[in-house]
Design a protein around this ligand. Structure first.
Ligand SMILES: Cc1cc2nc3c(=O)[nH]c(=O)nc-3n(C[C@H](O)[C@H](O)[C@H](O)COP(=O)(O)OP(=O)(O)OC[C@H]3O[C@@H](n4cnc5c(N)ncnc54)[C@H](O)[C@@H]3O)c2cc1C
Length: 378
């Protein structure tokens, strides 16, 4: 018998975390209400890389066939220098040939999750901004993103710090037949990531070190000319891509600590509300999806809500901490300068040539993790 059957649960926020949790909880019988401040679930144009650790959850929720249809298979990550020359290649298929590294437009993923949550019986109230936590609610899930209102209730006020990095994101048309590869072009103090998303679109995220800080939200409009100027010395396909940029968003990258307290027996945090991350390992939405499954499985397995939430935090916090730290380290590695950069690139080239599986193997702890069996293991 499911411990979740008919239990009322309120979720604040209908992003990737909130919608996946709504789906996972409602499928196990909970009476879920999602409160979302936006009047419509319109997503910013941007892409996401979704790795197998999250796809296992989508599969367990019965969503894999629909997700496969809206996403593109990714078979490799290419690390290139600013001239476009190959430095190293991570063959994703070599280690994990199950077709489960995917590239997807955020809007399509959110639409899929919204439909799945509603089909499972969750109620989604749009245009409902939560300013005070509802008092009559036995379980409140804060899935309200990086500027969460629920997180300070559990952790007090915390100040993030600006990393000195500013990022642009843009969508451009993809060239016909573009390979499902994520390419990272690394230059001194800056890098640019690009991959196709299917349906004729290519995603671009470009990061530079700049001491003048920007707002943390990522919907501020930027100037395409600034982006082109910042990457004017880059070669390969980059100039051609940037010439096509018409609209660009800009935002400052901030580092936040992983929350110390994820729950208090009546409230819990998931997704960016618990562990905002820099985008350099492409795991923010992936961790949100993992969180959602593990939270639902813990609550379902134990009718003692406080014990279930404590187990949820114990399962999730160390893993998310490790992922956030790995993303921080990538920020440094991509932007090396001078002799350090030459040595590091030579080392990567050698490893990539002599032991091509090695780079992908180093991420086994990340991509081979299965949230479904990890939760069953007790
Ligand atoms: C440029 C960029 C690239 C990225 N690339 C990747 C990638 O390749 N792979 C990956 O896995 N991740 C990636 N991420 C990270 C990923 O986008 C986030 O980690 C993820 O979207 C977090 O989901 P969330 O549901 O926790 O938060 P959000 O998506 O921020 O959703 C929070 C929701 O809560 C709502 N809300 C907020 N406050 C309230 C309130 N008071 N009342 C009601 N509703 C409220 C908001 O309107 C929003 O809908 C990237 C991020 C960026 C910026």
């Amino acid at each position: 018998m499911s411990a979740l059957r008919d239990r009322p649960i309120t979720i604040v926020g209908a992003g990737v975390a909130g919608l996946t949790a709504a789906c996972a909880l409602a499928r196990r019988g909970a009476r879920v209400t999602v409160l979302e401040r936006a009047g419509a679930l319109r997503e910013l144009g941007a892409g996401l890389q979704i790795s197998p650790n999250a796809v296992r959850v989508l599969d367990a929720l019965g969503l894999w066939p629909r997700f496969r249809d809206i996403s593109l298979r990714s078979d490799r990550v290419e690390l290139r220098d600013s001239a476009g020359r190959m430095v190293a290649r991570l063959d994703l298929d070599r280690q994990r040939p199950q077709d489960r590294f995917r590239l997807v437009h955020r809007a399509r993923l959110v639409a899929l999750l919204e439909a799945a949550a509603r089909e499972a019986g969750a109620r989604i109230e749009l245009g409902h901004e939560v300013t005070e936590p509802p008092r009559d609610c036995p379980l409140l899930i804060g899935a309200d993103g990086v500027k969460s209102r629920i997180r300070p209730l559990l952790n007090g006020s915390e100040a993030p710090f600006f990393t000195g990095q500013t990022a642009w994101r843009s969508l451009i048309p993809a060239e016909p037949g573009a390979a499902g590869a994520a390419q990272v072009f690394m230059g001194p103090g800056r890098h640019l990531v690009s991959y196709p998303l299917g349906r004729g679109l290519r995603n671009i995220v470009a990061v530079v070190e700049r001491p003048d800080w920007q707002d943390e939200g990522w919907s501020l409009p930027g100037d395409p000319a600034d982006l082109r100027a910042a990457f004017a010395r880059f070669g390969g396909p980059v100039p051609g891509w940037l010439a096509q940029v018409e609209n660009v968003g800009i935002w400052g990258l901030f580092r936040h600590p992983v929350a110390a307290h994820w729950q208090n027996g009546r409230m819990a945090l998931i997704g960016d509300a618990a562990h905002p991350t820099l985008p350099f390992l492409a795991q923010g939405a992936v961790m949100a999806i993992e969180d959602a499954w593990v939270l639902a499985a813990c609550l379902d397995a134990d009718p003692d809500q406080a014990a279930a939430l404590a187990r949820f935090q114990a399962l999730r916090r160390p893993r998310c901490q490790r992922i956030v730290e790995a993303a921080n380290a990538n920020a440094r590695n991509y932007h090396l300068r001078g002799p350090t950069r030459a040595v590091a690139h030579a080392g990567l080239r050698a490893v990539s040539r002599l032991a091509p599986g090695h780079l992908a193997e180093r991420f086994g702890w990340l991509y081979d993790y299965d949230p479904v069996t990890a939760t069953e293991a007790g």
